[in-house]
Write a protein that binds this ligand. Structure first.
Ligand code: AMP
Length: 283
């Protein structure tokens, strides 16, 4: 595996791979890697000739300074995990390399309603920053395929919209959420939980699963009320629980009129915020 910190060095390497006719897969991350990230890398390594993983904690997508400051950084573990997952190139740039002066302005893209609800409503500026960094990294890496997790369902929908709006020739792949044996979705933020918070956190997936199990007997609004109650515990507070159309991300009134339905939630454990989702109805 090659490690590059500078755009010019990375480009020289990837240009040579392209001249050899190799296809490039790209997995953007913020590091503190776990088996969820590894699954994206393995998928890319299976479908392309050269997998590039980036580790960059993007300051422009953090709406809370404390969240950025405490975001976990585990570079040695990350490198070990990437080596065993089939990564070809690790790109680990500094902030100045990603945003040299003159390239810091956010993109002004219209995501319709996709970035207004859920994460968009609770994390002002988050999706503008996320889209900005994904676009910048795509310009740098110029991959054939992009691999992202279902864990961040709304992020995936927004990136999909951005690729189509900008007519970028990149194939976007959604990879299933990897979970702990107790159902908790793997997340870099899990390591910030205290043991007590960690013990409570599997309730998120349990609540999503209960909503799905009861979807034939109850209306979405009622399922939402039950779920919010179930997620409200001492030390645990839901920010939202929404049952939405899988394409528009708008809350739904009934299941019949929608081909794809996803339950999405964000839950706070003190200062740590976790998100998860579950497809209730697939197309
Ligand atoms: P992050 O480093 O958290 O920004 O995530 C980088 C990529 O990994 C995103 O595409 C996430 O959706 C994906 N990802 C994060 N956690 C998981 C997980 N538990 N299972 C699958 N993909 C994940």
């Amino acid at each position: 595996m090659y490690l590059f910190k500078k755009v010019a060095d990375l480009r020289r390497h990837l240009d040579a791979r392209k001249r050899e006719g190799k296809t490039i897969g790209f997995v953007p991350t913020m590091g503190a890697l776990h088996q969820g990230h590894a699954s994206l890398v393995r998928k890319s390594a299976g479908e392309t000739n050269c997998t590039v993983c980036s580790i960059f904690v993007n300051p422009t997508q953090f709406n809370e300074a404390t969240d950025l400051a405490k975001y976990p950084r585990t570079p040695e573990n990350d490198i070990a995990l990437l080596l065993e997952s089939g990564c070809s190139v690790l790109f680990m740039p500094e902030v100045e390399e990603v945003y040299p002066s003159g390239q810091q302005s956010p993109l002004h893209l219209d995501f319709g309603q996709l970035d207004q609800l859920m994460e968009g409503a609770h994390r002002p500026g988050h999706f503008a920053g996320m889209a900005q960094v994904v676009k910048r990294l795509l310009d740098i890496v110029q991959p054939d395929q992009l691999f992202m997790g279902q864990k961040d369902f709304q992020q995936f929908a927004i990136v999909q919209r951005m690729l189509s709006q900008l007519s970028l020739p990149v194939k976007l792949n959604m990879c299933a959420t990897v979970r702990e044996p107790d159902g908790l979705a793997m997340s870099s933020r899990n390591m910030l939980l205290s043991p007590e918070q960690h013990a409570l956190a599997p309730l998120i997936f349990q609540t999503l699963s209960d909503a799905k199990a009861n979807m034939h007997d109850q209306r979405p609004d009622d399922l939402k009320t039950v779920a919010l109650r179930s997620l409200s515990k001492p030390g645990m507070e839901p920010e939202y629980f929404e049952i939405v159309d899988g394409r528009t991300l708008q809350p739904i009134a009934n299941f019949e009129d929608h081909e794809m339905v996803v339950a999405c939630t964000a839950v706070r454990f003190g200062t740590v915020r976790l998100i998860d989702n579950l497809v209730m109805k697939a197309p």
